[in-house]
Design a protein around this ligand. Structure first.
Ligand SMILES: *Cc1c(COP(=O)(O)O)cnc(C)c1O
Length: 433
């Protein structure tokens, strides 16, 4: 049985349905490759985080990491679910505000925010800017002096926690391009500088230890380290934070082998760790913020591809090509990310052969799934790749001048196009003759 998430099931025609919509119908209507998002599943995951905090009576903010996937409709959905968002560029700020996100619920991250972007954020009333480095302290301070404004800020600390995950998506360790390092004293220096500058309203500290983390241990270690340094700052500077932001990185299931905690369990573990440390150190309990990205959106997304050519090399391998690939999902090529999938239009067909699913891009590395058992397939069969909702469309590109796919939200039997498929005209829209 394939991995099914949320509302995904099969109907009498042996077709996959998501949100009550037959995916065969969806691809007839919108074409392939097609991203389909199960809105009920997004809501359920969002509520898993938000409502657990609320039920524990802890002041909190659940801030969705836009970079996992964003568009106007996504921001509208986040507003409905009372989530904030984090952004890492002025482009994401622009989209978020256009999508109806209140600026005060936006958090601005990044290790090299430009002067233009910081000015844009300040002018548009972005709620919190997370200062990442010394250069940014000076840059933002100068902008605020020019505009005569004050700005809520936090600053990012690398607590020196190594979470068990891929090197490219590890960020909490000392040797990182992000944040102020604790051990060398940079974080303390940053605190002094920020406190001394009256343009800044310092709300607290942030850390983000990595991504696709399955257990609570890394977060607990981070909480412990953060509170130790906070307690030191309380003694030395008489400064206590209002907010402790523990970042995102909560894992999801891409394949059967992945076994992450549920959102509820992550929140409970983090809350109890913060409460425990605060009691131990008699530190006033801060508001707790988290920044889940993939854990809200990954499993809700399914990519539908049409099967095209196949190539069988006797005693070597059977290749199955689909009409998308590294342009709509670069994660396998970039991180060796693993995915699962199945034939979406004839579920009872038995998987009899180990094949390699590849894309249509001119790179040998354009492999979506290195090894998967699938039934014999015909051209025009539909292949569903599951758990593609995060960092798929958001990293999509026009390599080989292929068109970016369409994106559809489905809920209660209703489908809604939220990003239209690109056209050839779109492709040359920026070209100057
Ligand atoms: C990427 C990122 C997140 C979200 O990570 P996920 O793995 O998608 O949950 C949260 N916070 C920061 C600062 C990030 O860079």
């Amino acid at each position: 049985m394939p991995l099914l998430f949320g509302t995904a099931k099969f109907n009498e025609q042996e077709h996959l349905t998501i949100g009550g919509c037959d995916v065969v119908r969806l691809t007839e209507k919108y074409g392939t490759p097609l991203f389909v998002y199960d809105v009920a599943h997004i809501r359920e995951r969002a509520r898993g985080f938000k409502q657990t905090f609320n039920s524990l009576g802890v002041k909190n903010k659940v801030i969705y990491a836009s970079k996992a996937f964003c568009c106007l409709a996504m921001y509208k959905l986040l507003e409905e679910e009372e989530l904030g968002c984090d952004v890492v560029s002025a482009g994401e700020i622009y989209t978020a505000i256009k999508g109806g996100m209140s600026p005060e619920n936006i958090e601005f991250h990044g290790n090299n925010k430009t002067k233009e972007e910081l000015t844009y954020a300040v002018e548009h009333g972005v709620g919190t800017i997370i200062i990442d480095n010394f250069y940014e302290i000076d840059l933002l301070s100068a902008i605020l002096k020019e505009t005569g404004k004050q700005q809520n800020v936090m600053f990012r600390i690398t607590p020196g926690v190594d979470a068990e995950t891929h090197e490219y998506i590890l960020t909490g360790q000392v040797d990182s391009k992000f944040g102020f390092d604790v051990t060398s004293g940079q974080a303390t220096k940053a605190l002094e500088k920020i406190l001394a500058d009256k343009q800044f309203v310092l709300k607290g500290v942030h850390c983000h230890i990595g991504s696709q983390i399955f257990s609570a241990e890394g977060f607990l270690a981070a909480v412990e380290k953060m509170l130790l340094i906070l307690d030191e700052w309380k003694q030395t500077f008489n400064y206590t934070v209002d907010i402790l932001n523990i970042g995102g990185g909560f894992g999801v299931k891409y394949t059967e082998a992945d076994d992450p905690l549920e959102p509820e369990a992550f929140v409970k573990a983090i809350v109890s760790a913060v409460q425990g440390q605060c009691e131990l150190l008699t530190y006033p309990l801060p508001e707790i913020w988290i920044e889940p990205g993939r854990s809200i959106i990954a499993e809700a997304g399914t990519t539908l591809y049409t099967i095209g050519s196949q190539k069988s090399i006797p005693d070597v391998r059977h290749y199955v090509s689909v009409d998308g690939g590294m342009g709509d999902n670069i994660r396998p090529a970039l991180y060796d990310a693993l995915y699962d999938g199945f034939l979406a239009n004839r579920i009872s067909s038995e998987a009899t052969e180990a094949v390699r699913v590849v894309g249509k891009y001119c790179e040998s590395g354009d492999v979506l799934i290195k090894n998967i058992e699938l039934p014999p397939m015909n051209p025009n069969d539909l292949f569903a790749m599951t758990s593609t909702g995060a960092y798929g469309y958001s990293m999509a590109n026009n390599y080989n001048r292929n068109l970016k796919p369409a994106v559809v939200f489905v809920e209660n039997g209703v489908d809604k196009l939220v990003i239209r498929r690109e056209t050839y005209e779109d492709l040359i829209a920026l070209d100057c003759e």
